[in-house]
Design a protein around this ligand. Sequence first.
Ligand SMILES: CCCCCCCCCCCCCCCC(=O)SCCNC(=O)CCNC(=O)[C@H](O)C(C)(C)COP(=O)(O)OP(=O)(O)OC[C@H]1O[C@@H](n2cnc3c(N)ncnc32)[C@H](O)[C@@H]1OP(=O)(O)O
Ligand SMILES: Cc1cc2nc3c(=O)[nH]c(=O)nc-3n(C[C@H](O)[C@H](O)[C@H](O)COP(=O)(O)OP(=O)(O)OC[C@H]3O[C@@H](n4cnc5c(N)ncnc54)[C@H](O)[C@@H]3O)c2cc1C
Length: 673
Amino acid sequence: MSYLEFGAIPLQVNPDLQEERDQASFHVTELTHIIDGGAEKTQLRKRLEKLIYSDPDFRRFPDVRTFGTKSEFYGASVLKSIKLFQLRKEHQWTDEESDIVHSLVDHGHALGLHHAMFIPALERLATDEQKAKWLTIAKQYKILGTYAQTELGHGTYLQGLETTATYDPGTQEFILNTPTISAMKWWPGSLGKSSNYAIVLATLITRGKRHGMHPFVVQLRSLEDHQPLPGIKVGEIGAKMGTLSTDNGYLILNNIRILRENMLMKNAQVSPDGTFTASAPNQANYATMVLLRVRISEFAYTNISKAVTIGIRYSAVRRQSKLDPEEKEAKILEYQTQQYKLFPGLALAYAILFSTKLLKKKYREAQTEIMKGNLQSLPELHCETSGSKAFCTEHMLKEVEIIRQSCGGHGYLAASGIGMMTSSSAPLVTVEGENTVMYLQVARYLLKRFSNAKSGEQIEGCTSYLSMNHAPYLCPFLSEKDCRNLSSLCDVYRYRAFIVISRVVRTVQTDIKDGLPQHDAFNKNLVHLVRAARAHCYFNVVKDFAEAVKELDASIQICTVLISLCCFFAVHGIVENSGDFLQTQTIGVEQLKWLKNLQTSLLAEIRPNAVALVDAFDYHDITLTSALGSYDGNAYERLYQSTEKDSMNSQEVHSSYHTYLKPFIQEMNKAKL
Ligand SMILES: CCCCCCCCCCCCCCCC(=O)SCCNC(=O)CCNC(=O)[C@H](O)C(C)(C)COP(=O)(O)OP(=O)(O)OC[C@H]1O[C@@H](n2cnc3c(N)ncnc32)[C@H](O)[C@@H]1OP(=O)(O)O
Ligand SMILES: Cc1cc2nc3c(=O)[nH]c(=O)nc-3n(C[C@H](O)[C@H](O)[C@H](O)COP(=O)(O)OP(=O)(O)OC[C@H]3O[C@@H](n4cnc5c(N)ncnc54)[C@H](O)[C@@H]3O)c2cc1C
């Protein structure tokens, strides 16, 4: 073959990848249907895929992402928003359809916060009359909004927000102000350049009294020429590690007057004379964050499943070194260490998938009650969503980075698609509640439930195991074979969580008894409290995965593969955290030895189906945007082809040669003479 033909993509699938597909023990399409939630959902996704990817602009976005300047990238991202909004309107997409499309077109776009937070906030925090006014025009895209809560000085501690909304009964208006530099809004997505409205979260002051954080609808920019309105200073906060398609912004408000009706009053009201009344606890105003924590958990699935698709397909076509000196070089997927890098991410993707399906269901049920004014399920929902968001994003980020490393040098290329995934995954551990803080919210709930259980209350829900009548614990693993039993594995996780939680409760109580104030006793044990929350979340994810697999209505072949994967997920988690399991005596040294053996046996067991398990995620090549992970496995040709799109290659000799290099070379050559 001449080098001129190197960039031509072969028409056939790479035989190494085809070989993997041929040896799968199950039908990939059947598993795809399970992942999508049914054959009709797969059809729906495919229909939307076809619609979106028939538009050349949507196919072009990945190239802009890789090779454009920040400003070009932002411009393309605005176009992406507009196209999505037009399509959504034209096709009357439901929220579900819209979510599918978002997962197809790369997560970010300039006005992403309009549907992700602005509209959900109006739906959750506005009264019916306010919805009639604001929601209608927001849905018609007559106004474009964002959610401006975080300030330069405070993101986590919402009670510390300094932006003020002071009620003036004389004019029946609120006056919004940014009283200090740390009070300026800082970070909100779509704020810098895109939105003309925002829901601004500010401390409400009426009749001289502060009433905590409340939501206010504020117009930021003119609907005529997009100029910021008088008294408003708004702009971009600067270059970031990733999430380039979103214009995260700052906002300074100087005596901005808004109508009394612009305070979203579902949960608290200010009457014309300035009387404050609350019809729900202040935390009801956190509802938009609760929703986004569910969405971000789902997004963790999207990222890890895409990353592992790239990693596994590439590992099936990349050959390096010899396993058997007599044979040709081995696929890197053959190396046990490579499987050890990739399969935890594979198992995690399925674990998050099943666990978030359940979380979403619980969220929907709880939200229906909450909208009717029944807030009983809110504390449990807050615990579950905070824990899920923290667990899923923490583990996803860790595994995405390991998968990037598993692709060797090429994983570091933008064309691999995986480096971008690391940078877009990174903020997810911080946004919508920083993970440590979220785990501490879970711990707070666990402590409460633990003491409720101690006082004899029958606990329901995700902490029900705290009120189990704990007979003396006996490790269920009496042989290596026992370690495969999913309900025994769940038991081990459950007891580990129970013991870690009860120990930290005891330590905190002892510290308080010994005279430490409660806040000091907490701070002295924060690391252990986070450990307890992690143990609780791990147990719940293992349990959700195991139950989903147990209840699966699928072929025996699929059940067998998913049981192995679930078993691997649980076993791997114990081995990785063995210190904790040994210390809580939920397993002994002998059991750890069995579990380690089982862990490596499972690598070999999963190996033949690895490619089929990622094929089942069914990512379109455009969605993946990866030269390494495309369906046909022609990685080298695609890598070489990707160089054509690099503007540096548009001229043989770069202009800098004429400006700098040529005079330098000439100078050096003159000097030699
Ligand atoms: C386009 C489509 C894409 C979709 C796919 C996504 C893609 C993704 C891309 C990235 C997109 C990024 C978009 C980021 C967008 C932001 O990042 S928006 C800003 C998010 N900001 C945060 O999350 C702030 C985090 N902080 C907090 O939530 C709260 O301050 C804290 C930490 C929970 C503390 O709450 P607090 O009320 O100040 O104090 P605390 O004493 O801890 O709690 C009081 C009580 O309220 C309860 N409580 C606290 N929070 C809640 C709650 N939420 N609910 C119920 N009860 C609660 C507590 O449990 C406690 O109860 P009790 O123990 O008293 O019974
Ligand atoms: C890409 C991106 C997009 C964003 N989009 C938006 C948006 O659209 N709208 C919006 O309003 N905001 C947005 N944010 C802001 C985001 O919500 C906050 O950054 C996040 O809530 C964390 O708050 P913080 O930055 O104040 O971190 P901090 O709270 O300052 O955290 C710093 C460290 O302090 C620790 N810490 C803080 N408090 C405690 C505590 N009580 N106990 C123990 N440790 C603690 C944390 O664990 C962390 O290690 C965005 C941020 C990013 C990065």
